[in-house]
Design a protein around this ligand. Structure first.
Ligand SMILES: Cc1cc2nc3c(=O)[nH]c(=O)nc-3n(C[C@H](O)[C@H](O)[C@H](O)COP(=O)(O)O)c2cc1C
Length: 413
């Protein structure tokens, strides 16, 4: 039985869904629409993704580094704080609209850059980008997303920002930036927390530790996993499998970056060097201290993202919500501060904004939606977060995201 419950309609432009779907594709699209409508929370999307994907693929999305202490801490940090609601605030219709680096957003939730997103559903990063446009926000295409930037921007235009890994050093970084600039990208996000790859034990146990390759040791194990998920395998055949055959370029690093999963050693000098050459706005993703945030701004960053990569890099790094106030105190008056890692509910977004984030990015939440129901699933996840944010603001007695500040949250501890 369907437990479908409508969510409030969003104000974004119409979904830019491909109009030329064949008969079979239309049926699959309709099945995705029904699957998306059944999701009521991000946790539902996670369960649906788990049912659809081979364990090796689900665990690649879902897992963190080592003992996953930081990954769990990210979510726990939201539960450790409490709101300070204002009762009897009268009739409110809270607005979720904001701007990030001058870009107007209907809701302060951005789709984070995520590698290999093409493997999760044939809609891939292009479908996620179209979902973001349809809900009035933006998405960030990973260097190693598995889809060429041009393909993703075709339907989503300048709502697509580009994330840079530079496993090939400055020459490769410059070439990727040039490609992004030529394609019309306006915002570059430089990820600085990946000098080496985190120790992703779940991937190692599946036999797919980077560099990713299929060999005699893991072929039988992986083959068995794929056989029990034929729907995923059939839909992906001919799309995801093209990953490694494509040429290198922004979003589609078809060479070493894709196969080694892009360890990317950056120095602040490299960031300043890129700043001098990139004509658009530049964000630095992956700072966790006030000192690093200052270094990022000194190197020319227009915004910083407080991120621990969703707990996929340094296990034992602080939860991002705990690190946020220090970063805001250090650079909040000079630059915009965003946060990601562990955001699973609209109330989490509200709490991060109250503590000084301009907006949040989500990674796994939209990947779960994508895996569960393609573009429809990503749209549903954004609708769920928007509806939860709206309700949280009403219950708080807060008229708008612009009004949020630390006085709405009780101190930790
Ligand atoms: C499957 C997956 C792939 C990712 N790939 C990248 C990437 O290519 N570049 C990057 O900067 N961050 C990457 N990240 C980190 C996300 O951009 C983001 O920081 C993180 O997912 C936020 O945490 P959350 O998943 O709890 O929302 C990836 C995350 C996941 C889950």
């Amino acid at each position: 039985m369907t437990t479908q419950q409508p969510l409030p309609s969003r104000t974004g432009s119409e979904p830019a869904r491909p109009s030329s779907l064949s008969g079979a594709a239309r049926l699959l699209d309709a099945a995705d629409a029904r699957a998306a409508a059944r999701l009521q929370t991000v946790a539902d999307a996670r369960h649906a993704a788990r049912r659809r994907l081979p364990p090796v693929v689900f665990d690649y999305i879902d897992g963190g580094a080592d003992e996953e202490v930081t990954m769990r801490a990210n979510e726990a940090a939201f539960a450790a704080r409490a709101f300070r609601p204002r009762a009897a605030a009268g009739r409110l219709d809270p607005s979720l609209a904001t701007t990030v680096l001058g870009t107007p957003l209907d809701l302060p939730v951005i789709l984070a850059p995520c590698g290999l997103a093409r493997l999760f559903h044939p809609d891939g990063p292009a479908g996620a980008a179209r979902a973001a446009v349809s809900r009035g926000t933006v998405s960030v295409l990973s260097t190693v997303a598995g889809s060429p930037l041009e393909e993703v921007m075709e339907k989503a235009g300048t709502s697509v920002w580009f994330q840079l890994y530079a496993s090939g050093g400055r020459p490769q970084a410059e070439a990727l930036c040039q490609g992004a600039s030529d394609a019309g990208v306006e915002v570059l996000m430089v990820t600085v927390d990946t000098p080496a790859l985190g120790n992703r034990l779940r991937d190692i146990r599946h036999g797919v530790a980077p560099p990713l390759r299929i060999d005699a040791h893991n072929a039988v194990q992986l083959g068995a996993q794929v056989l029990v998920k034929p729907r995923w395998a059939l839909r992906l055949a001919g799309t995801g499998l093209r990953l490694s055959r494509r040429g290198a370029g922004p979003g589609n690093d078809g060479g070493t970056g894709m196969l080694t999963m892009a360890a990317s050693p950056f120095s602040w000098d490299d960031v300043a060097y890129l700043r001098d050459r990139w004509r658009g706005r530049l964000m630095v993703k992956g700072v966790l201290t006030g000192d690093d945030a200052r270094r990022a701004v000194d190197a020319g960053a227009d915004a910083v993202v407080v991120s621990n990569h969703g707990g996929r890099q340094l296990d034992g790094a602080p939860a991002t919500l705990a690190a946020l106030p220090e970063v805001v105190a250090a650079v909040g008056d000079r630059t915009e501060v965003l946060l990601d890692s562990g955001v699973r509910r609209g109330s989490h977004v509200v709490m991060a904004l109250a503590l000084g984030a301009r907006a949040v990015l989500v990674g796994r939440p939209y990947l779960y939606g994508l895996a569960a129901a393609g573009q429809h699933g990503v749209e549903r996840v954004l609708d769920i977060l928007a509806a939860e944010m709206h309700r949280t603001l009403l219950l708080l007695g807060c008229p708008s995201v612009e009004e949020l500040g630390p006085e709405w949250v009780a101190p930790a501890g």
